[in-house]
Ligand binder design. Sequence first.
Ligand code: GZL
Length: 326
Amino acid sequence: MYRKVAAALAVGLLAASMAACGDGGKGTDTPKDDGKITLGFSQVGAESGWRTANTKSIQESAAAAGYELKFSDAQGKQENQIKALRSFIAQKVDVIAFSPVVESGWDTVLKEAKDAGIPVILTDRAVDSADKTLYKTFIGSDFVKEGVVSGEWLVKQYEGKTDPVNIVELQGTTGSAPANDRKKGFADAIAKAPNLKIIASQSGDFTRAGGKQVMEAFLKAHKDIDVLFAHNDDMGLGALEAIEAAGKKPGTDITIITIDAVKDGMQALADGKFNFIAECSPLLGPQLMDLVKKVKNGEAVEPRIVTNETTFTQEQAKAALPDRKY
Ligand code: GZL
C-alpha cells in the first residue's frame, strides 16, 4: 500500500519538476507557436521621401495584417542586406521580402534562403539572378516605362524644333534597377529627336544632397543647360537649390523632369519649379502582405506584379496635391 502511495508521489513530483524546467521554473507558459506569420524585411535605407513612404506602407500594412515584422534598414549597403537576410534565415522566419539596393550579387544568399525552405519576395527593385526559382515574385514599378514616358513628354515639348537641346541627367544609385532602367527608357525615348542630347550624366544616389552637389558641378561645367532629367524627386529638389543659387529660374530657364511624385516633388511641380513627374508608387505594403500570406500557404503567385502609376503636369499636380497620400 505504502509502495503505491510513494510511487504516485514520485510520479507527481517528477511531472511537477519537468513542468518547472520546461518554463525555467518561472511558472509562466512556454510560448506556443501562435500561428502568427513572421516576415523578415530588409529595406534599402532612408535615402529619399519615397523610401520613407515605402517603409511606412510596409510597417503599417504588416501591423494591420497581424504579422510579426522583423525590419532591417541597410543604410544603403548591400552587405548589410545580405547580413539581414542571413539573420532572417537563422531565425527561421516564414517569409523574407526585400528591396535589393543593387541588381547584382544576390544568388548565394537567395540560394541559402531557398535551401532553408523560406520563400522570398522581391519588392520595389529587381535582381539580375538568372535563376528565377530563387524568389517567388517581384512586385514593383516598370522603371524602363518611367524613363520612356519622361523622354516622350520631353520630345513632345520640342516637337517641330531643330535647335540643339542640352540635357543633364541625375542618375539614381549606381547599379540599382531604377537607375539602370530609367536611364535606358529615357535614352530610348529621346533617340527619336536627334537634337535632344544628354551632355552630362552622373549619379546623385537618389538623395537631395547628391542632387545638389552634382547639379552644382554640371552648372559650373556647362553654361547652356536646357533640361534636367532627375531619376527621382529628391535629387531634383536638391538640384533646385543649385539652379537658384546660380541665378537661374528652375522650370523656366531649365526644364525639370523627375520621377516618384512624392508630396515635396508635387509641390515643386505645382509651383512651376518642376515641369513633369512620372509617378512611382511606394505604397506596396497592402499588396505585399497579401503575397506574403499566399507564398506562406504555398499558393501560386504571379511571377511579376507591376504597380499602377500615372504621370503629372503642373496643372495635374495642383489638382492632385490635396489628396496626396505620400
Ligand atoms: C523606385 C525606388 C527609388 C525611388 C527613389 O522604386 O527604388 O529609390 O525612385 C528611392 O526615390 O530612393
